[in-house]
Design a protein around this ligand. Structure first.
Ligand code: MG
Ligand code: MG
Length: 255
């Protein structure tokens, strides 16, 4: 396992990539409303990236011989957890929508996701969104130099467990840099071993994924969209963070 630590100069560029993702997501959050066609989301990202000079990280991403990903963003609705491909679909009051977005800027990647309610949603959906976002921030708080990766995994796990919701296994966070997916993989729950020690310059994308029902998920026939097996609601939040000397991690994907 080779972990690539980033210099201060590299983190400076990654902060720019992160800001582009964050600003774009902030705008999309404002756009989300009942009656919106999902394809409008893809169009906005395309135009925005052209305007700011960023590259669409997700477009044609094809790890390990997968079908190249056909869009610039993942839009996953209700029982869809991650990797939802945008299509002609009208958002309805009560839906919850996960927007996962990557940008490459001057060769470095920013990666972030939010889950947004469409109009008024039911209390379970509200709570699911609250818990998933809280678990992400618990992970970020635990990501201090000298801690181990298991401290981050455990902080995320404990927050989700208290809620009674299910932690999704088989998907998780990752190192990020010139490539979207670098070492280490970051599970959203404790492992037997404490994992690598967190050092200044380590840049991670933390991304808890939580189901309201059972923990099982499956990939759909399009080769990408991952949904809950029991059809229950699910939720996803993500930030790219840099471990900094002497204190809390810096969140690179803030507006
Ligand atoms: Mg992402
Ligand atoms: Mg990611």
């Amino acid at each position: 396992m080779v972990i690539k630590l980033k210099s201060d100069d590299e983190i400076l560029v990654m902060r720019e990539a992160g800001r582009i993702v964050a600003n774009t997501l902030a705008h999309l959050r404002e756009m989300i409303r009942p009656g919106l066609n999902v394809m409008e989301i893809e169009k906005f990202v395309r135009e925005e990236y052209k305007r700011v000079g960023a590259k669409e990280t997700f477009l044609n991403y094809a790890p390990g011989g997968k079908v190249p990903y056909p869009s610039n963003i993942c839009v996953s609705i209700n029982d869809e957890l991650v990797h939802g491909i945008p299509r002609n679909r009208i958002l309805q009051e009560g839906d919850i929508v996960s927007l996962d977005l990557g940008a490459t800027y001057n060769g470095y990647v920013g990666d972030s996701a939010i889950t947004v309610p469409v109009g008024k949603v039911n209390p379970i959906a509200e709570q699911l969104i609250e818990v998933t976002e809280a678990s992400l921030w618990a992970g970020i708080k635990a990501a201090r130099p000298g801690a181990h990766l298991n401290d981050v995994r455990g902080a995320i796990e404990d927050t989700i467990r208290k809620s009674g919701f299910s932690i999704v296994k088989g998907y998780g966070g990752h190192g990020v840099g010139r490539d979207m997916h670098e070492e280490p993989h970051v599970e959203n729950f404790r492992q037997r071993f404490k994992g690598p020690k967190l050092q200044p310059g380590l840049v991670l994308a933390l991304e808890p994924m939580v189901n309201a029902g059972g923990p099982d998920v499956a990939e759909g026939p399009d080769g990408w969209t991952v949904s809950t097996k029991d059809g229950s609601l699910c939720c996803h939040f993500e930030h790219t963070i840099a471990i900094r000397a002497g204190g809390e991690a810096e969140v690179l994907t803030l507006p």
